[in-house]
Design a protein around this ligand. Structure first.
Ligand code: UD1
Ligand code: CA
Length: 485
């Protein structure tokens, strides 16, 4: 079967009260526009055309970036209604014959199966048009589906055009259609804008199909699926629903989520079985977490890949990094872009790692900055060690060999390299100018200054000063304070 998809995303999104087009707002870590596009791609629709209008360039660039040539855009210059939006896509669909699935840019919960069923039934019944409907307790704002006495769908009336009787109808149009291309573009020419909003209404297709004697197929959609985002309140509601769905899917697959209410995991994240996630964690983007990991309370994992058996202690932030099996991170560890933590490494409290590799078994347990560096296998980075990677203009690299012992409070002034098995004494400031053979001890600590009896001299001086002050006070005229008043 030939299937094309048309996604309407040109609207102004006025109710979002935003400087950004509605479809650019994010839900579950993805822009709203991504949801219908990915649904269409999963149905193997071709072409997939997105009608853009508000911030057309930004929306088009985002789509090109995410989907390359798999998605085309059509520009609707002026927003004259949903029917007009489809007209704007006519040339993008020229030459296509088959079924066009029309989706909305702002209904991200719609399931692939629901659209597939709509398309299937419309085709099977040889109907030119199928619509998704839902029977709602409160259909306010939706177009109402009107049927004739025999139950055949006759037309859709918009809220603003409806009579009191029509407003009482609870069957609502969900704004998702399966239309035969030939019928679509012929019927569009007959849609006018003589209505309360002066817009070209796409749902007028229903009346045109019925008047031509065709059956309009109506498929009931599961309630939650067709919820749309029109304002920020709905955005938050949908986020909550998505969060619940993602957590339930992961729990069903063997992940322990101690408190699903406070755990935020983006739909694109992958998590292996027997991994335990403590409360208040956020796992964002395309993060991947292996099996049997422990993710401590309050941690944020964004675009990081963790192998199996990794332990992340509370309040760690891991961004765009890789962590190999058995590593232990945190509490309060911070991995930034391009950090690579080898198997069995330890990265402890207040240690920040950026664009650096720690080879297997290396340890940096306390209070360090490791940037633009390679730290060799089994090397121990003492507390407070800093790679001084920035000279105010450029970043420089630090290369540390295997089995090195770096004493506490060491500064590695890059560019610098430290051969295998070297011992750097505590407090060393090492530059690249120093020749260091493997296995050597390097200490740049200044020689200690020892002054015997210093504390006694200090004390004596202090006492003498105090006595002098007291004598001066007595000599002053009496009643000074009282007179001052
Ligand atoms: C539409 C339907 C209504 C249905 C409801 C379901 C019409 C006239 N009404 O109403 O029957 O119950 O959806 O949610 O279609 N858009 C454009 N260009 C435009 C106007 C809109 O691309 O000129 C896009 C919007 O970005 C949005 C979609 O079309 O993604 C729907 O538009 P919207 O204004 O939200 O329609 P509703 O008033 O919700
Ligand atoms: Ca809408």
């Amino acid at each position: 079967m030939n299937l094309a998809a048309l996604i309407l995303a040109a609207g102004l999104g006025t109710r979002m009260k935003s400087d950004r087009a509605k479809v650019l707002h994010e839900l579950g870590g993805k822009p709203l526009a991504a949801y219908p596009v990915e649904l269409a791609l999963s149905l193997k629709a071709k072409p997939v055309v997105v009608v853009v209008g508000r911030q057309a360039e930004t929306v088009s660039a985002l789509l090109a970036d995410r989907y390359g040539d798999a998605v085309r855009t059509a520009l609707q210059k002026e927003q004259l209604g949903t029917g007009h939006a489809v007209m704007a896509a006519e040339s993008a669909l020229r030459g296509f014959s088959g079924t066009v699935a029309i989706l909305s840019g702002d209904a991200p919960l719609l399931a692939r199966e629901t659209v597939a069923a709509l398309v299937r039934q419309t085709v099977r019944r040889k109907s030119p048009l199928g619509i998704l409907i839902s029977t709602l307790d409160d259909p306010t704002g939706y177009g109402r589906v009107l049927r004739d006495p025999s139950g055949r769908v006759r037309r859709v009336v918009e809220q603003k055009d409806a009579s009191a009787d029509e407003l009482a109808v609870r069957e609502a149009n969900m704004g998702v259609y399966a239309v035969q291309a030939k019928f679509l573009f012929a019927a569009l020419k007959r849609i006018g804008r003589d209505n309360a909003q002066g817009e070209y209404y796409l749902p007028d297709l229903v009346r045109l199909a019925a008047e031509a004697g065709h059956e309009v197929v109506a498929v009931e959609a599961p309630g939650e699926e067709t919820l749309g985002v029109n304002d920020r309140r709905q955005l938050a509601q949908l986020e909550k629903i998505l969060q619940r769905r993602t957590n339930e899917r992961l729990m069903a697959a063997g992940v322990t989520i101690r408190d699903p209410e406070t755990t935020w995991i983006d739909a694109g994240a992958k998590i292996g079985r027997d991994t335990v996630i403590e409360p208040f964690c956020r796992i964002a983007g395309e993060s991947e977490i292996g099996e049997n990991c422990a993710i401590g309370m309050g941690s944020v994992i964004d675009g990081a890949r963790l192998a199996d058996n990794v332990e992340v202690k509370p309040y760690s932030v891991l961004e765009d990094s890789r962590v190999e099996a058995g590593a232990i991170l945190g509490p309060f560890a911070h991995l930034r872009q391009g950090a690579q933590i080898g198997a069995g490494c330890h990265v402890g409290n207040y240690v920040e790692v950026k664009k650096s590799a720690l080879m297997a078994g290396a340890k940096a347990n306390h209070l360090s900055y490791i940037g633009d560096a390679v730290i060799g296998a089994r090397t121990n980075v003492g507390a407070g060690t800093i790679t001084c990677n920035y000279d105010g203009y450029d970043k420089h690299r630090t290369i540390v060999g295997d089995d090195v012992l770096i004493g506490s409070d060491t500064q590695l002034i890059a560019p610098v390299s430290v051969p295998d098995r070297v011992v750097l004494g505590a407090g060393t400031s090492l530059t690249g100018k120093v020749e260091v053979p493997p296995g050597a001890l390097v200490v740049t600590r200044p020689a200690a200054v020892v002054v015997p009896g210093f504390r006694d001299r200090l004390e004596k001086r202090a006492l003498a000063a105090k006595a002098e002050k007291a004598r001066a006070g007595k000599a002053a005229p009496k009643g000074k304070r009282a007179r001052k008043k």
